[in-house]
Design a protein around this ligand. Structure first.
Ligand SMILES: [Zn+2]
Length: 370
């Protein structure tokens, strides 16, 4: 058989290669494959060890995620980043909107001041010292101040006619301990409902109190609503009970802290805007105010109080050596008459007064910065 012969011939040789060489080749091939397997296994183990170092929780999902899953994860990550950016932008927008809203809210709204004038002189009406009308006005002032977040202190005092009245005090803390007093009397001279004298001053002060709960002034502002300013009988010295009582009960330390006091009285009607004093105390506040009004274009002029007395609540402050002044618009033909109603109130006078005080306070902030 040719097959057997061929096999005999080929014994020890397969084609050009000897059988030994073939076995050697196969052996080396198997050895190579085995080494590759071992190496691959070792590599994988090494990777797993490294991964476990990083943290099984982190490594495991990546090892097990497919390419498409990884793509989804990448997209999720980038959409999360976009969302973060969007949230940051939205927060910035909300902050800007809040600041703008606060600026709008902190403006002087003349209509608000006039609303108070209307309620005090129209709905409450005549407010003689120690009367029910005066006490109703005090309750209204307290209610408004409380609604702005103030704690209102009431200071009661007796009148020589056996009645009593009260001062109402609200404090807007400033950046400094120095105090500016903004005062207005809330009683009226019967039979006058006292819209201009002096619901106008109260209206301006209430609106300023609302503003300075939002804004922060350099000095601490004490808003004081004084009772019993008008004469209670025919004796020309029987007036200013609230302001005199307040000044008489100041401690030397409290007095020291007050760098100025403005009386805001009769600021709702007239053609001439005045700052007034008795010229018996420090004129520093007046000088400061007049130099500011010249710069800012307010048409304010000085006028001295005639006679022995100061004609508003600044009087006891001035006599106690505290720089004090009275802001007043003149002349009102309805002064101390039943015709002093809110109908004749001029919004221009009310607005100018409010804005002048704001300008004075803003100027103090600029001075502090310089
Ligand atoms: Zn008055």
């Amino acid at each position: 058989m040719g097959g057997l012969k061929d096999f005999a011939k080929r014994k020890g040789k397969v084609g050009r290669f000897s059988r030994r060489k073939i076995w050697l080749f196969l052996f080396l091939l198997i050895l190579g494959l085995l080494a590759t397997c071992l190496y691959a296994q070792g590599f994988l183990q090494g990777t797993r060890i490294n991964q476990s170092r990083v943290g099984k929780e982190l490594a495991q999902p990546f090892e097990e995620t497919s390419a498409s899953q990884r793509l989804v994860l990448r997209r999720e990550r980038s959409s999360n980043e976009t969302l973060d950016k969007l949230i940051k932008k939205m927060n910035q927008l909300v902050k800007t909107a809040a600041k703008t809203a606060q600026k709008i809210e902190a403006r002087f709204y003349t209509a608000q001041a006039i609303k108070h004038i209307k309620i005090i002189s129209g709905e409450i009406g005549v407010r003689q010292a120690g009367s029910k009308g005066e006490s109703q006005a005090a309750d209204y002032i307290e209610k408004v101040l409380s609604s702005y977040g103030y704690e209102v202190k009431r200071q009661k005092f007796e009148l020589p006619n056996g009645r009593s009245s009260e001062n109402l005090i609200a404090i807007a803390p400033g950046q400094l301990d120095r105090v500016l007093i903004l005062g207005a009397h809330y009683d009226s001279k019967p039979p006058s409902p006292g819209a201009n004298d002096n619901a106008s001053g109260v209206g301006v002060l209430l609106e300023l109190a609302r503003i300075y709960k939002i804004r922060h002034a350099v000095p601490t502002i004490k808003f004081i609503f004084f009772g019993a300013e008008e004469m209670i009988d025919t004796n020309p010295d029987h007036h200013h009970y609230g302001s005199r009582h307040y000044v008489a009960h100041l401690s030397p330390g409290e007095k020291e802290k007050i760098f100025g006091m403005f009386s805001v009285d009769m600021v709702g009607y007239g053609n001439n805007f005045h700052v007034r004093t008795m010229k018996r105390g420090s004129q520093s506040l007046v000088k400061k105010l007049l130099s500011l009004t010249r710069q800012k274009g307010f048409n304010l002029t000085f006028r001295k109080d005639e006679g022995r007395y100061g004609w508003s609540v600044h009087e006891p402050f001035e006599l106690a050596g505290i720089p004090a002044a009275w802001l007043e618009w003149r002349n009102d033909p309805y002064y101390h008459t039943p015709r002093d109603t809110y109908i004749h109130i001029r919004s221009f006078c009310v607005e100018t007064t409010g804005k002048l005080i704001i300008s004075f306070l803003s100027n103090l902030s600029e001075e502090k910065r310089d």
